[in-house]
Design a protein around this ligand. Structure first.
Ligand SMILES: Cc1ncc(COP(=O)(O)O)c(C=O)c1O
Length: 440
């Protein structure tokens, strides 16, 4: 087999490290020599700067993004008997945090263009137990915060942004993270602003929540060894904070480069058969056209490798498991084809959360959130990091174009479904349609 002419991994953290190596190593050495390793001046400076970036008053550094979500819910006293509305198409941590508080995650399906929670479907999911809405800025594209906040206000609910993938993004000119009661971010190394290990932060403009969160993250202490309430150890350390402080001044430049790369991909792939490029607008906007409303930070550049909706599959003895249902042989072929050409790609996320074993206790079945299910079958993230060269992007695009035009059989556009359903292990999975009745 011939060797690919270049290698383009999905991510290259080493390239970023090399671009800031001198400054980063000097800072790390300074922290090591200081003898002060937890919740020191670097953490305080980072809290101030990230809060300012988000347009919020306070930042509370914690051990990781999952803890940020957990502590945000905790600070709002959300627990058993309460319901929190969120998307089934996100990383598990969003929903895990709700469940770990003993509250019930309530899913609302997503808008197929933005991959984010569909605001017009939220109201139907509200009950008297609902306490909060937790939108996720998936892949770095802000969720539709105005309608979400309007609903929250009407029903007296709190809003917690899961901003793990959205740091630096803007919605109607305002930064994500400052658009709700509390926002949580992750500094996991692969994030747009990534530490050299685990780290996370909550931001808020509410003084009482800030005070409570500072207490909960450190064993419920406001004064050393006086425990006002139960808490946890979720302190941020100085080495991570110092790393993030070195990187933070580069974030805007890195995010702009990500947007440039996305524009190049868009130009190269917009006519590729069987590929749907990501929308950059809030919902249903024109693909590839930046709007004044929103700035996407492309944590991921995620295309859809189209597949036909399953129709009339499985009945009686030939039932399909959800894993089989969610399979997409076109996408598998693309992943394999790219890999042969030295290109990395990844599915974020192959199984929506309502179909995951960990959340089986919620009692959902295939067909409950058809848009999330359909997009889980189609999404594929391509290499995306600021150090990618234009040549790398052209190479990836050319390879994908070739695979789609020569290896994948041209896709027949599925006819609009009427009453066609898929019977899967005794559940009914309707052909996914958007609110406007458009078959995905
Ligand atoms: C959407 C989302 N929420 C939450 C998290 C959890 O963050 P962490 O991995 O820092 O715990 C992540 C990141 O992995 C994420 O992508």
């Amino acid at each position: 087999m011939s060797q690919p002419s270049r290698t383009v991994p999905i991510l290259n953290l080493n390239a970023q490290y090399q671009s800031i190596q001198t400054e980063l190593e000097a800072t790390i050495l300074e922290v090591l020599r200081s003898g002060h390793y937890i919740l020191g001046k670097h953490v305080a400076a980072l809290e101030e700067k990230v809060a300012a970036l988000c347009g919020a008053k306070y930042g509370i550094g914690v051990a990781n993004g999952t803890d940020a979500l957990l502590l945000a819910l905790w600070a709002l006293d959300i627990g058993p008997g309460d319901e929190v509305i969120t998307s089934p198409f996100t990383f598990a941590a969003t929903v895990e945090a709700i469940a770990l508080r003993g509250a019930t995650p309530v899913f609302v399906d997503i808008d197929p263009d933005s991959f984010n929670i569909e605001p017009s479907a939220i109201e139907k999911a509200i009950t008297k137990r609902t306490k909060a809405i937790m939108p996720v800025h998936l892949y770095g594209l802000p969720a539709q915060m105005d309608p979400i906040n309007a609903i929250a206000q009407r029903y007296g609910l709190k809003v917690i942004e899961d901003n793990a993938q959205g740091i630096g993004a803007t919605y109607k000119g305002r930064a994500t993270g400052g658009l709700s009661d509390l926002a949580c971010t992750s500094f996991y190394p692969t994030k747009n602003l990534g530490a050299a290990g685990d780290a996370g932060m909550i931001v808020t403009s509410d003084a009482a929540l800030n005070d409570r969160l500072r207490s909960i993250r450190a064993h419920g202490m406001r004064r050393r060894y006086y425990h006002d309430e139960l808490g946890v150890n979720s302190r941020l350390d100085e080495l991570q904070a110092a790393t993030l402080l070195v990187k933070l001044p580069h974030l805007a430049k890195w995010n702009s480069r990500r947007a440039e790369i996305a524009a190049l991909y868009e130009k190269n792939l917009k006519h590729t058969p069987g590929i749907v490029t990501p929308s950059v607008s809030l919902a249903g906007g024109q693909r590839g056209q930046a709007t004044e409303q929103v700035q996407h930070v492309y944590h991921q550049y995620t295309v859809r490798v189209q597949t036909k909706p399953h129709q009339n599959i499985g009945s009686g003895s030939s039932l399909m498991s959800s894993e089989e249902y969610l399979a997409n042989s076109n996408r598998d072929a693309v992943i394999a084809g790219l890999s042969k050409q030295g290109i990395g790609s990844m599915c974020y996320y192959p199984v929506p959360l309502h179909l995951q074993t960990a959340f089986a206790y919620l009692g959902h079945k295939l067909g409950d959130f058809p848009i999330s299910e359909h997009l889980s079958r189609e999404v594929l993230s391509l290499p995306m990091y600021p150090e990618l060269s234009d040549e790398d992007v052209h190479y990836v695009s050319d390879c994908l174009n070739t695979i789609m035009t020569t290896e994948i059989a041209p896709l027949a556009v599925p006819a609009p479904a009427t009453s066609t359903v898929a019977t899967v292990t005794s559940v009914v999975a309707p052909v996914p349609q958007t609110a406007a009745g458009v078959v995905l």
